[in-house]
Ligand binder design. Sequence first.
Ligand code: BGC
Length: 258
Amino acid sequence: MAQHLAFGIDIGGSGIKGAPVDLRTGEFAADRVRIPTPDQSTPDAVAKVLAELVGSFDLPQEAPIGVAFPAPMDHGVVRFIANLDQSWKGVDLPALLHESTGHEVTAVNDADAAGISEQRYGAAQGRDGTVLVVTLGTGIGSALIVDGVLVPNTELGHLEIDGFDAESRAADSAREREGLDFPAWAGRLQRYFETVEMLLSPDLIVVGGGVSKKHAAFLPLLDLRATIIPAKLRNAAGIVGAAAMAATEASKGHQRKH
Ligand code: BGC
């Protein structure tokens, strides 16, 4: 694979998506492939889908692969998992996926991947200070980027607010599950973001996840000190960020060898 290309994969609750990414632009270099996440989303079942996905592209052996995964990743090991099968806890994701795909794999948290892609190619490009990227989907993911440097594995979706795990009330899945209209959901987001703002004083908040394309229905209803804006890469963010992070890892390995 040419040096400016890497392969990104996003493992989500409903779909597993992958595409080669042109790192010069942050755009897909070929059409994305999506395979539904197996009902039993166990490590073995997901590894099989990943092998199928990677096999559907003609990837050279040395191509860096980055995987965005919906859990905190402790140097590749899943620390806990909220929204996929519980048997993921303790799994070494790069080792498992190396076995199933034959490629070197870098595994990162999905919101961190989204944060990196927004910082390099999207809504947070060129922004210094404290930037917080929050993804609203099945869960709530967070990426904290300070003067361009990611602080990995923040789990601000699991803050306890008013006695609840925050994502159980304010994720997009809560809006859908409870049939909330946008003003009612925005009330919950206000409570969520004002708590995060009190704790971290971000300069900029970028809101991602599929629902961010409907940002006009809820972002104007929020009253915060920080500037709050929609993400640009939306559903591509996980794939693009994971590919970019894998290329960075691969270049470190390359430097170590020389
Ligand atoms: C997980 C995070 C993840 C977020 C979005 C949360 O439940 O704990 O690691 O980033 O969902 O998928």
